[in-house]
Design a protein around this ligand. Structure first.
Ligand SMILES: *Cc1c(COP(=O)(O)O)cnc(C)c1O
Length: 241
């Protein structure tokens, strides 16, 4: 792992860039939460980030989340699950993650709600991931199925609560290429917000990563998911504890 001083420098630079983007967009910096995506990073790096006041951490793999959550329980992080979630792994994530960003199908929503009914009386908070660019072989609910999925979440009686939407635009070196996808996600949020549903409150937009978070903030992101710009390059893919 790189030194705590290097991590502190990166984190300060990212915080400053988030703040600057908010100012440019005329937004209150308190309206944007920085989620430091720590997948593949060793527990020591996460502990260092927590010691620097970075409470919100994002993980992509259910087992890795479970193991890191156990190791870091004393530091009280807020965990965000941002990876593809399989139905047979929901028990590792429900109740551990403060927010699950990647609900993308009715069967997954039902599995999460069933687990939450057993272990989490207040219900599990989530976002719906939308496949904004209609990419084949990619997670996310097709935009035309969003209404049906939100209806299904609402029908869980509060075991699952949807707070907003999330997207991962196609990777591209030009951050401007993400802008139309971010706009589309915001338009979907606003369109669905006008249809009131119990347990669905659409206020959050999880969008923007290391390369395009400034554009995402300009387009209304409330949660930015930033990995490499905070932690540096990922040493390993997955399951590194
Ligand atoms: C890895 C990952 C991130 C962070 O990506 P960086 O480019 O390293 O900032 C954000 N969101 C999701 C869903 C990820 O898988």
């Amino acid at each position: 792992m790189e030194s705590v001083a290097e991590l502190a420098g990166r984190l300060a630079a990212v915080r400053a860039a988030v703040q600057a983007a908010c100012v440019r967009a005329g937004r209150d910096p308190a309206s944007v939460t920085l989620v430091a995506v720590s997948k593949g990073q060793p527990v020591a790096a996460l502990a260092a980030a927590l010691s620097l006041g970075q409470r919100d951490l994002g993980e992509n793999y259910a087992q890795e989340l479970r193991d890191k959550a156990r190791a870091l329980a004393a530091q009280g992080p807020r965990w965000h699950f941002v990876g593809t979630l399989q139905r047979n792994k929901v028990h590792l994530v429900v109740g551990t993650a403060t927010l699950i960003h990647t609900v993308d199908s009715v069967p997954l929503a039902e599995a999460l709600a069933a687990r939450a009914r057993r272990v989490l009386p207040g219900g599990q908070a989530c976002l719906v991931e939308v496949n904004v660019a209609a990419e084949a072989h990619k997670g996310g609910c097709p935009p035309e199925q969003l209404g049906t999925l939100l209806d299904a979440i609402s029908a869980q009686g509060g075991a699952l609560r949807c707070l907003g939407l999330m997207c991962i635009p196609p990777p591209c070196s030009d951050p401007e290429a993400s802008r139309p996808h971010f706009r589309q996600l915001r338009a979907l949020l606003e369109a669905e917000r006008s249809r009131q549903r119990p347990h669905v409150e659409l206020n959050e937009l999880s969008m923007g990563m290391s390369r395009d978070f400034a554009v995402a903030i300009e387009e209304g992101a409330t949660l930015v998911r930033i990995g490499t710009a905070v932690f540096g390059p990922r040493p390993h893919k997955g399951n590194m504890v």
